[in-house]
Design a protein around this ligand. Structure first.
Ligand SMILES: *Cc1c(COP(=O)(O)O)cnc(C)c1O
Length: 482
C-alpha cells in the first residue's frame, strides 16, 4: 500500500504516475465566462468545452489512460464477429469477477436498458441503496418503480459514517414483505453511490443484502460503474478487509452478485460497458438484446480499441496505487474546503467533491434550483465546470409538480489522474471567494424544460441580473487578472 509521508505537509496526496501527454487549457476573462454561461442557458452541460478551464463535469469517459492502455489499443483485432479483442476482454473479466458470461454494451445505461427490459415489468419494485439518473429512467420506462432503502446517515451532508452507501437491512425486509416478493425482480446495489456523493457500501453490508436475497429468492444486481472507488474504501475503511488484496475483495463482491454491470467510461478507464454473470440462464435471457440494441455479441457497440483499453484498465484497477489517486485527491480537496468553512459532503467519497448548495446558498429556494445556480456561479468565478445534482436532476411527477431532491449538490468531479494539485488548489480558492460573496447568488428558472432527463439539455435563466453582478464583483476584486 502506498504510504508516503511528507516531512512538513500533512497527508498531501502524491501522484504515483508521471504526465507524458498534456492538453493546453484556456481560461477566458470573466466577462466572456458570463457570456458563455448565459448562452448555455445557465446549464453547465450546454457549455462548449473550449470555454471551460477545468472540466469537472464528470468522471465519465474522461479519465486519463495509461501508456499500457494506449499500447493495447494498437493490437486491437478489427472484425465484426469473433474478434480476438473480445476474447481477451472476456478472459480478463472472467479472471477478475469469476463470471463465465460477458455481454458487451456501448455504455452503462445500455446495460440498464437490457436488464430493465428483461426483468422489470409493470408493477415491479426495485429496491436499491440509491438510484442513479439513467437507472431510474430505464426502470420507470418499463413500468417499474425504484425504492431507496438507504441508511439514515446516507443523506446527512456531514457525517463520519464510513459507508453511507449501505442498505438498511430491516427496511429492505419490510419493503419486500410490503410489496410482495413476486413484485421484486431484483435488488440493485450501486458501488460508490453516485448521487449521494460517491459513497461506498461495505462488504459486510453486501453480505447481509445477499442473505436477504437468498432468503426470499431474489436476484442481486451490482452496478459496478464506480466499483474502483468502493474497493479503495473497503480496503482502507473496513477493518476486516485491511489484509485483503483489491483482487480478493473484488472477487468476494462478485461472488455475492447474480449480475454485475458497469460503465467502462468509469470502471476500466476507457469507454464502453457490459453485463457479467455466471448464470447461463440469466445470460440467455439477456443475450438477444445485445445484437438488437448494441451490436454483435463480440463488440456490443464498442470499438475494439476501447475494448483492449478496458481489459488493461480492469487489470490496473486491481492496483491500489492506481485506484487510490482519485479518492486521495478528493479527500485533500474536501479537507481544504472544510478549512475555509465551505459546506461539503463528508466523509470524502469517490468520483468528486460535492459542495452542499442547500447550505452554501441557503437563501435560494429549492424551486429555483440552488445547486444549478451555484454550478453556474462556479463557472463564472473560475471557468470551472461542475454538475448540478439536485432538484434540477429530478423529474416532475405525473401532475407536473417539482420533485424536490433530498440533497442539493454541486459535484466537482475529479476525473482520475487528470488534474494537478495546483489546479485543485485553484478550485478551492475560487470557491472560497464565491463563498464570501454567496449572497450575490440567486436562483434560476426554466426557459425550455424537456420532460425526460431535463438536466441534460434544459435551458434556464437567472431570476434577476445576479450573474452580471457577480461578474462585476469579480472584476472589482481581481482587477485585470483572469
Ligand atoms: C455513469 C453511471 C451509469 C451510466 O453509465 P454511462 O456509461 O454513462 O451510460 C450508471 N450507473 C452509475 C452508478 C454511474 O455512475
Amino acid at each position: 500500500m502506498s504510504n508516503v509521508k511528507f516531512f512538513q505537509e500533512d497527508n498531501l496526496p502524491l501522484e504515483m504516475h508521471k504526465v507524458r501527454i498534456v492538453q493546453k487549457l484556456n481560461l477566458l476573462p470573466v466577462e466572456e465566462r458570463l457570456k458563455a454561461i448565459q448562452e448555455a442557458g445557465s446549464n453547465t452541460f450546454l457549455l462548449r468545452n473550449r470555454d471551460v478551464f477545468l472540466d469537472m463535469l464528470t468522471d465519465s469517459g474522461v479519465n486519463a489512460m495509461s501508456d499500457r492502455q494506449m499500447a493495447a489499443m494498437m493490437i486491437a483485432d478489427d472484425s465484426y464477429a469473433g474478434s480476438e479483442t473480445f476474447y481477451r476482454l472476456e478472459a480478463k473479466i472472467q479472471e477478475i469477477f469469476g463470471t463465465k458470461f460477458f455481454l458487451p454494451a456501448h455504455q452503462g445505461r445500455a446495460c440498464e436498458n437490457i436488464i430493465s427490459q428483461v426483468f422489470v415489468k409493470p408493477g415491479s419494485v426495485v429496491p436499491m441503496n440509491y438510484h442513479f439518473t439513467t437507472t431510474k429512467s430505464h426502470i420507470t420506462l418499463n413500468g417499474g418503480r425504484v425504492e431507496e432503502i438507504y441508511i439514515d446517515e446516507a443523506l446527512e451532508v456531514t457525517s463520519d459514517h464510513p459507508f453511507k452507501g449501505n442498505v438498511d437491512i430491516d427496511k429492505l425486509v419490510a419493503l419486500i414483505k410490503d410489496v410482495g416478493v413476486e413484485n421484486v425482480p431484483f435488488v440493485r446495489m450501486e458501488a460508490g453511490t453516485n448521487l449521494i456523493g460517491g459513497q461506498p457500501f461495505s462488504l459486510e453490508n453486501l453480505r447481509e443484502v445477499r442473505k436477504v436475497c437468498d432468503e426470499y429468492g431474489i436476484m442481486l444486481v451490482l452496478d459496478a460503474s464506480l466499483l474502483q472507488d468502493n474497493l479503495y474504501f473497503i480496503k482502507t475503511r473496513e477493518e476486516s478487509c485491511r489484509d485483503k488484496s483489491i483482487r480478493e475483495i473484488t472477487r468476494e463482491i462478485a461472488d455475492l452478485c447474480d449480475i454485475i454491470y458497469f460503465s467502462a467510461r468509469k470502471l476500466g478507464c476507457a469507454r464502453g460497458g457490459g453485463i457479467c454473470t455466471d448464470n447461463a440462464e440469466l445470460a440467455d435471457k439477456m443475450r438477444e438484446f445485445v445484437p438488437l440494441y448494441e451490436g454483435f455479441l463480440t463488440y456490443g457497440g464498442m470499438s475494439v480499441r476501447e475494448m483492449e483499453a478496458i481489459a488493461v484498465g480492469l487489470e490496473e484497477t486491481m492496483d491500489l496505487e492506481v485506484i487510490d489517486q482519485g479518492p486521495k485527491f478528493i479527500a485533500h480537496m474536501v479537507r481544504e474546503l472544510e478549512k475555509r468553512g465551505i459546506p461539503v459532503v463528508t466523509p470524502p467519497g469517490g468520483l468528486g467533491c460535492h459542495v452542499d448548495a442547500k447550505q452554501f446558498v441557503d437563501h435560494v429556494p429549492q424551486e429555483q434550483y440552488p445547486a444549478g445556480a451555484l454550478a453556474a456561479a462556479i463557472y463564472i468565478a473560475g471557468g470551472i465546470r461542475g454538475m448540478e445534482r439536485g432538484t434540477l436532476s429530478e423529474q416532475r411527477d405525473e401532475h407536473g409538480n417539482e420533485t424536490l431532491s433530498n440533497m442539493e449538490l454541486v459535484r466537482l468531479a475529479l476525473p482520475r489522474r487528470v488534474f494537478t494539485l495546483s489546479q485543485v488548489q485553484y478550485t478551492v480558492d475560487r470557491l472560497a471567494w464565491l463563498y464570501e460573496n454567496r449572497r450575490l447568488i440567486e436562483g434560476l428558472t426554466f426557459v425550455e424544460e424537456p420532460k425526460v432527463l431535463r438536466f441534460f439539455f434544459g435551458r434556464l435563466k437567472p431570476v434577476s441580473d445576479w450573474q452580471l453582478k457577480l461578474a462585476e464583483k469579480f472584476r472589482q476584486n481581481f482587477g485585470d487578472s483572469l
